[in-house]
Ligand binder design. Sequence first.
Ligand code: HEM
Length: 511
Amino acid sequence: MVSNVTFSPIVQFLPDPSRWGVDPSPIPALLAGLAVILTSTFLLRSTKSDKVYDLGGIPVFTAWNFFKNRFDFFRDHIRKSGGRMFRFRVFQHRVIVVTGEQGRKIFLNDKSLDMGEGYKILSGRGPSLEDIDKNADGSHDARSFINRLLLLLRKDRVADVLPVLLDDLHSRMLDWGTKGKINPFKEVYDLVFQMTVRMATCRELAEDKQAIQDLRKHYFDMEQSRTPVSALLPWFPGPAKKLKAKASLDLYILVMKYVTMRRKAGAASSDPIDILITNGDSDEVIIGTVMGIIFAGIVNTGVTACWVLLYLGSNPKWKERVMKEYNVLVANHTNALSTEPLHKRLASIPLNAWEDELPSVDLVIRETLRFTVSGPFLRRNIQKDIVVDGVAIKRGDFMAYPTFEAHMNPDIYSNPDSFDPDRYLEGREEDKKETFGYVAWGAGRHPCAGMKIAKLEMKLVLALMLLGYNYDIVDEAGKYPDILPEPDRNDATKAQPLGAPCYLKFEYVNK
Ligand code: HEM
């Protein structure tokens, strides 16, 4: 199994240096689009090479499948190419898809390959200040974004906020009642959204349920606006572009309200927006940072948290093992005689213990991500020409690496379709069979900057679910499903299970 989870490195949301002037009338845009299609079809014909399989065909149709059903696109063409590298065109852009250990090493390590440029064009960006302000100054670049992110995620800050995250989760979970059925892709996703807002903004926003709901809606609209048309023809003034522009503006206004509020409040608190204000950041930079963190934070973490619960729900042996581990954690770090509610007891567990004393949970998260992260990672060669396995990657070319090529590779993972978290343990260490055999948290030049907080958030959700509730996976009729859920790997952002919806039937037990 593989995924649908897009990697949303933050570079996608940063200001785009190329400024598209949008004509309000669709006619010139359509004519321009037609010209690009014809040019790319007739002038950029495919070439033959035995080192790389060339898809040829009409670029716009090939590219349509790339944007529409990305997982199927890569799987089918890798099959057809016999596992070789292949290439295709998105209009005038040439995209080379690398495979194999050598390809992976160069893709993840070579300094000529730029992550931001790759995602910006081949993925369609997330919220960008330029959708609101065409004169955005571009100073909010990827490196300074990561520096701000690391400032906000400093260990002492995370340790301080940990009890507040547990309070937030408890308060949201109370809304479920004591017994019932939830759609994890709504309710658990919302838990992660809540924690992300807490980690990225200020208490006034994090404690206003209506504002969070509005924020969630704007992000949802943003996701909806990422269509093949919006990615292929970003200048086309169609519904997707309008939706994205509106959602971006709504997001901007909403976050701006809280930045202004915090600027006006006399004393600075330890909340993220205040930290950025104290850092001397402009409104634009603060809003870009907040929007970027929320986008990076929710998509992957929210979806993974849901799938961890589902995989545990369908693997009782692992659910039992993980529960025992949580019980030991609680026994070692909290007062057994305490009459405090669970979330308060959990708050006394130190951050280090959450990070280091749940090894089975780490294994389960690792194995879940192997299934749910399938890529592709994207890059653009912005420097010198390079060669991968005898194939030239010219300056300006794009590259893609479909992560399932490693994660589902039977030469790396035995029975890659089976859920087997022990495969990473000493003695087996299947992920180490090849360089970069496991890339779900990124690797090489761009390891995930949010891995620690993402893992912590998932562990908190799991703690409250496993220790506070009994839960089972059920179908629409309330029965254990005949076919266990599997992620729709073509659904880039929502990652809902394929086929019939699936739910978690729960009962509050306060174990
Ligand atoms: C389960 C959750 C997550 C997963 C699976 C994940 C996965 C990844 C992967 C695979 C990459 C590298 C992509 C590539 O090489 O093309 C990446 C990069 C990145 N991630 Fe995450 N991520 C998660 C959560 C987060 C969170 C919560 C944040 C921030 C709050 C974050 C921030 C970033 C940033 C800033 C980068 C870019 C790093 C760079 O440019 O060097 N991620 N992530």
